[in-house]
Design a protein around this ligand. Structure first.
Ligand code: URP
Ligand code: ZN
Ligand code: ZN
Ligand code: ZN
Length: 498
């Protein structure tokens, strides 16, 4: 047959167009995107009738934690590469970028990378790559950036908080300079660790231990200050950054103002900052622990509205999950671990930070109907692919270039609204912070490199672990230094004002 698979009668949505198109797939690639009906005489092995449903490039999730050691002080990951990527595919995500975490006690990044490869290899249902999480920017680690690029890694993450990971400003400058030299994009967790520690001690003195005080300790100013500091350091080095998981309006305003000045500052937000608030952290008993993540859900729906606006107006380049899974009811590592003899009602500082969301990211955002379809594709698929050097292999329907990764939704209005329940999900976590939310959409099919891996009505999960493969990434096609001559890095590696 001329084609392996044709998707008929869909409404194709990309970041730039919404059209009644049919899509033909051959040898794992998008082979043809043509006006509805134009492919009706083509020889084809298999067809899917989209029935007027949206046909979109598969989701790309640029922020996923799987199988990490307990780095944030407490708790270990509930999902491994198998269960995390399985969950992704059932929610329409076909590519993920997870973290390869280097500990402060480790000197090298390459060993970290290779160890993470071992965890992922043969276990993934979807395609994947890694961001290097730099916990120790030693001379050796910095000297390895070039090799990282050769091994297909073009981004890394650094932290301005968490005792086990926090870098000081000098270390941040070291990383930014070396990242710029190697065309690597630096992701920054922007919270001021000292402020959080100080607030935590103040709360402890007053015996304030409930989950909601996690939110108090991670004061908005800790995020605002660190965000502005990160922007200043990035501008000084002319090294592009992406501020991850932005939650506060003032942080978003600093980002927007830097962007308006032409500085290459990018930003991400996540569903938790669109749908959760302090009221969720303040649920009766210990329930609030289910919404403990960092930064925390903020004050009110007004804050959420500002974050939504930031998605629409371009402040945020990507919408990621920050899937960081811990079980609730697990006496060893879960969120209830901190309920013990010393703290019979628990203590917020011992609640592992992070929530699961790799499977619900797309459906929550699409069901909310607040972004417009093209913007939705841009934020959840095309932009993460561009930002992280995966475009146009991922995040697009470009004939003969893009992998045939497709998410097919129900025809608009055809799906019965339903209440999300954790038992519907495919992760290894015993709760979802989005329990009970009303959803209007769920992926009907997920296709990865031409293979139907999720068919909601016929078999559900059809993919196989190990079909997902490691993707070597290029430099970002979005995040680039301005090279405006203020700071130059000379051929001999020295730098200074020109
Ligand atoms: O609470 C969160 N987000 N935990 C995950 C670690 C991180 O900083 O992304
Ligand atoms: Zn290697
Ligand atoms: Zn973070
Ligand atoms: Zn994270």
């Amino acid at each position: 047959a001329a084609y392996d698979l044709i998707i008929l009668n869909g409404i194709v949505v990309t970041d730039t167009a919404i059209e009644e198109y049919d899509v033909a797939i051959k040898d794992e690639k998008i082979a043809k995107v043509a006006k509805r009906g134009a492919l009706k005489d083509a020889q084809v092995a298999k067809t899917i009738n989209a029935d007027g449903g949206y046909v979109m490039p598969g989701g790309v999730d640029g922020h996923v934690h799987l199988q990490e050691p307990p780095l944030f002080g407490k708790g270990s990951s509930a999902d491994n590469y198998e269960t995390g990527s399985r969950s992704a595919i059932c929610g329409g995500t076909t590519t993920m970028v997870t973290f390869a975490p280097q500990k402060k006690s480790e000197d090298t990044l390459l060993d970290t990378l290779h160890a993470t490869h071992e965890r992922a290899k043969g276990n993934c249902y979807i395609d994947y790559s890694f961001h290097l999480l730099v916990g120790n920017p030693s001379e050796r680690a910095l000297s390895e950036f070039k090799t990282l690029r050769e091994e297909g890694i073009s981004s890394l993450k650094i932290y301005m908080t968490y005792e086990t990971l926090q870098l000081n400003d000098g270390q941040i400058l070291d990383v930014l300079l070396e990242a710029r030299r190697n065309q690597i994009t630096t992701m920054v967790h922007a919270e001021n660790g000292e402020v959080i520690d100080w607030m935590t001690k103040q709360l402890e003195k007053r015996n304030m231990f409930a989950p909601k005080f996690h939110g108090t300790s991670h004061a908005p100013i800790a995020e605002t200050e660190a965000t502005y500091r990160a922007i200043c350091l990035s501008e000084f080095m002319d090294s592009p950054i992406l501020i991850v998981h932005v939650s506060t309006p003032p942080a978003a305003a600093h980002i927007k103002s830097a962007q308006d000045r032409g500085i290459p500052i990018y930003a991400e937000t996540c569903p938790q900052y669109l749908f959760l608030t302090k009221a969720d952290l303040d649920k009766p008993g210990f329930e609030g622990a289910k919404c403990v993540c960092s930064p925390p859900p903020r004050e009110s729906e007004k804050d959420c509205d500002v974050i939504w606006d930031g998605l629409s107006n371009g402040t945020f380049t990507i919408l990621s999950s920050d899937h960081c899974p811990f079980r609730y009811d697990d006496n060893v590592n879960g969120k209830k671990t901190c309920i013990n003899n010393e703290y019979p009602e628990g203590h917020f500082k011992y609640i592992p930070n992070g929530i699961a969301g790799i499977e619900t990211r797309l459906s929550l955002a699409l069901s909310a109907d607040r972004l417009g379809l093209k913007k939705f594709v841009e934020l959840t698929s095309t932009n993460p692919a561009k930002l992280y050097g995966l475009y146009p292999l991922k995040g697009a329907f470009i004939e003969e270039q893009s992998d045939a990764d497709v998410t097919i939704w129900y025809p608009p209005g055809k799906m019965q609204e339903f209440e999300l329940k954790n038992e519907m999900l495919h992760h290894n976590v015993d709760y979802t912070p989005f329990e009970g939310r009303t959803l209007k959409q769920w992926p009907r099919y997920t296709i990865l490199r031409g293979k139907v891996v999720w068919d909601k009505e016929n078999g559900g999960l059809l993919g196989e672990k190990g079909y997902g493969k490691f993707i070597k990434r290029e430099a970002s096609s979005l995040a680039k230094p301005r090279n405006n001559g203020e700071w130059d890095i000379y051929a001999d590696g020295s730098f200074g004002c020109s």
